[in-house]
Write a new protein. Structure first.
Length: 159
């Protein structure tokens, strides 16, 4: 019997910092091996969180759970109705060094669709604490983890 549950969270009132994402006592298993065991967490709206750990610790499994790509074997995942999906590119397929940041995020344009609303690419970068000036920078010119942070982005909606 699968006792997992994934459901939308109630929409928070303006200014309310209620959980945009809640994970309660989640367990995920693969072929008899436990990848996540009793994991619980809450992420508030606009909260920035890092996930670190050694190889095999379950980071990718947790991200797949958070994005809805993977369902828990047990426990509960609640996502705010306004939460948009993200894509995590661990293989760095989008990381061609000659591509500009806005090529990756906005297909070369200046605007990006976020939950049905247009946002200017520089304002969007600023929301995630990136310097807006990097919008026109080639990915290969960026240092450290900046390029890897850029590939976590909203999924493009096909209209």
């Amino acid at each position: 019997m699968n006792s997992s549950s994934v459901e939308p969270a109630p929409t928070a009132a303006p200014g309310d910092q209620a959980g945009a994402l809640e994970v309660s006592d989640v367990t995920v298993r693969f072929a008899g091996l436990t990848a996540l065991d009793g994991v619980s967490l809450t992420a508030a709206q606009r909260q920035v969180t890092g996930i670190i750990g050694p190889n095999g610790a379950g980071k990718t499994t947790l991200l797949k759970l958070l994005t809805g790509e993977l369902a828990p074997d047990s426990g509960k995942v609640t996502r705010a109705k306004t939460l948009s999906g993200i894509v995590i590119d661990q293989q760095r397929k989008l990381m061609e060094p000659q591509r500009r940041v806005k090529d990756v995020l906005a297909n070369g344009g200046d605007w990006i669709d976020v939950r049905g609303h247009k946002k200017h690419i520089k304002g969007y970068l600023k929301e995630f604490l990136f310097d807006p000036a990097i919008a026109d920078a080639p990915i290969g010119s960026l240092s450290g983890g900046i390029p890897h942070g850029i590939v976590a982005r909203p999924r493009r909606r096909n209209h």
